[in-house]
Design a protein around this ligand. Structure first.
Ligand code: GMT
Length: 374
């Protein structure tokens, strides 16, 4: 198969899932063409069967906003024609499903049929997509996709609620390569905490929706009872909030921020607990990655998180904003080592439900069905 993949190149979950599915398809001998505005964070272009095409936009002084969707449709058409794409998989509807629709129309004029799969990831529906400035365009383009998938049951429900979608949405949960995690070389725990301290961790793109202030507030309550440190991995607009609260709570020597890093499992593997108090989360890939590294998760119960983090088993899920409850659960786990070990084992067990070997074949099957439309 010759597959086109459109995704965001950033450290966000949608780009990571897109990259993983594409690289796995390439490993099976399919030719995979990634299309994005820069090289996706985890894409290894040195592997066989993988190609990267950059959407480059010419600046023209007339435009205050450069026409990205137009450039994307055009490059899709060019690649489909020159490489003979069999199907196109777009991750995150905005504006990828829209650009895909126009590319499909242009190709149709040339006698080429390009089946389109759109995978919905979260804020393309729950936050950005439902905004009146985008809503009708997003709804239209999702409906024009040949196949639609969503990363959780919760996101599927939200999509049907927000939009008038006439097609079936298939749920294909995000997955994790547990074999890869097993082979990860852990970092030195001693670089972050001393022997009698616990290490809490949060990984995200530090956007408002992640409720970073709650991460710091939870930790502030925890560190009063348990000798511990907090490590925050990632970059984003809320980094100032972290600084402000760290200063306010006088936690400068207990909270460390380290920006975005390539090898997240290396750090996860030496931590004790993962915090994810998000306002909204269609799935919570970061939590799954943590659980695969045997970390219990203290999270909110927003969106699809509870499909991933089983309350009372792989960790605990509390109402959004209930920092007292989240801190209480964190302390409950951290104060008793045998309890913590039990939850660590259970977190790993839960992560195995989302193992690549179980989930990836669902994408493979979908690709084969899409191919029949060609
Ligand atoms: O940044 C991204 O790549 C997408 C991001 C978002 O903000 O929409 O993450 C979403 O997609 C991930 C992968 O499917 C999910 O694990 C996240 O839960 C989801 N984020 C939200 O729904 C807020």
């Amino acid at each position: 198969m010759k597959i086109g993949v459109v995704c965001y190149p950033t450290y966000g979950g949608s780009g990571i899932v897109a990259t993983q599915v594409g690289m796995d398809m390439a490993a099976l001998g399919n030719q995979v063409h990634f299309i994005s505005y820069s090289l996706p964070a985890r894409l290894d272009v040195t592997l066989p069967n993988i190609y990267f095409h950059q959407v480059s936009i010419k600046n023209y002084p007339l435009f205050e906003y450069q026409p990205f969707s137009l450039a994307l449709s055009t490059i899709i058409v060019n690649i489909a024609e020159t490489q003979g794409l069999d199907l196109l998989h777009v991750h995150y509807a905005i504006p990828h499903a829209y650009a895909a629709y126009f590319a499909k129309q242009i190709l149709m004029q040339k006698g080429i049929n390009l089946p389109i799969i759109t995978t919905l990831h979260g804020t393309d529906i729950t936050l950005v997509g439902k905004h009146p400035v985008y809503k009708s365009g997003v709804e239209f383009s999702i409906n024009q996709s040949d196949y639609i998938t969503s990363v959780s049951e919760s996101l599927k429900r939200d999509t049907y609620e927000v939009f008038s979608i006439k097609k079936n949405i298939e749920v294909i949960p995000n997955f994790i390569d547990n074999d890869l995690i097993k082979d990860t070389q852990p970092c030195l725990r001693g670089n972050f905490v001393s022997t009698n301290e616990k290490l809490l961790i949060h990984v995200s793109n530090l956007r408002k929706i992640k409720r970073i202030d709650d991460v710091v507030k939870i930790f502030n309550l925890v560190q009063k009872k348990i000798k511990s440190k907090l490590l925050i991995v990632g970059e984003g607009p809320e980094s100032e909030t972290i600084e402000k609260l760290t200063h306010e709570f006088k936690l400068e020597d207990k909270i460390k921020t380290i920006g975005s890093i390539q090898n997240v499992p290396c750090i996860l593997s030496v931590a004790d607990l993962f915090l994810l108090p998000s306002e909204q989360e269609s799935f919570g890939l970061a939590a799954l990655e943590a659980m695969a590294c045997s970390l219990p998760v203290i999270s909110s119960n927003a969106g699809g998180i509870t499909e991933v983090n089983k309350d009372g088993f792989s960790g605990f899920a509390s109402p959004v904003g209930d920092v007292e409850s989240m801190a209480k659960h964190a302390i409950y786990l951290l104060e008793d080592d045998s309890r913590l070990q039990k939850f660590k084992k259970q977190a790993k067990e839960q992560a195995l439900l989302f193992d690549k070997k179980k989930i990836f074949p669902m994408y493979e099957d979908l690709y084969h069905r899409a191919l029949l439309l060609k």
